[in-house]
Design a binder for this molecule. Sequence first.
Ligand SMILES: NC(=O)c1ccc[n+]([C@@H]2O[C@H](COP(=O)([O-])OP(=O)(O)OC[C@H]3O[C@@H](n4cnc5c(N)ncnc54)[C@H](OP(=O)(O)O)[C@@H]3O)[C@@H](O)[C@H]2O)c1
Length: 253
Amino acid sequence: MRTVDMSDAAWAPLLAMRDGVAASDDNPAMALYGRIAGARGSFVLAQVGQSLDGRIATAAGDAKDISGPDGLAHLHRCRALVDAVIVGLNTVKADNPRLSVRLVDGPSPVRVVIDCHGGLEGSEGLFHDGGTPVIVIESTAAAERALPNATILRLPLSENGLATAAIVSALADRGLSRLLVEGGSRTIARFIEEGQVDRLHVAISPLIIGAGPSGINLPPIARLADALRPPADVYSLGSDILFDCALSGRQGE
Ligand SMILES: NC(=O)c1ccc[n+]([C@@H]2O[C@H](COP(=O)([O-])OP(=O)(O)OC[C@H]3O[C@@H](n4cnc5c(N)ncnc54)[C@H](OP(=O)(O)O)[C@@H]3O)[C@@H](O)[C@H]2O)c1
């Protein structure tokens, strides 16, 4: 396990790398974040912050502060290195997130909400906080409407909701090619199921919640032989341990 010891001197070349400046330091921070900052073409990172027992919230829905301080800083670094962050409707409803970069230096990403059937009301915080642009992705079958301070992108329904490949492609058409899928568990699962995730980050914080939703909600399998077993690099972030997993879905596209 390698230890990520982030300093301004290590972070600055990573931020520059997202703008095309080459960097070649051989340290754990570069190994972990250089993959994101240096990605060219469409690149999809999914990240989950979970407890030791794999939960992302209590059964009552309290999801605040599952990650420790270094896990949270990691999430903000990931946000700073991508063009857009994607969440599902339930995450906006449950957490009212700002999805901005506050714990590290760096730009905040464009915010994208998947709202297939038009469940957002327009009163949610991210439409009114003066932050980065908001894109709401709906199905063409949903009733047409406007939302405050947001662009609505309408995509055709596939047999399983909105095809995640179509979402990645529509965002790439708008210059948003490095994507962070931040949750919740259904949204991440759909990107994984459809082979649209390049790297999966699972940050584990040493707390036990006991019950509540899990971080990734895939259809059940009967045999462990059928489980996904991605190659993973393991990092100590400090307060949290990070598994940086290579998912094969989009490799070579
Ligand atoms: N700790 C963390 O890292 C973290 C991060 C974010 C959120 N959370 C927590 O996650 C929980 C919410 O997770 P969740 O799984 O209930 O909700 P979610 O993933 O935020 O949103 C799920 C909703 O979006 C829809 N959706 C997502 N992708 C879609 C697609 N490609 N096409 C059509 N519909 C799509 C889902 O439809 P279907 O049901 O049909 O799939 C469902 O209605 C909250 O408790 C939040 O606090 C934790």
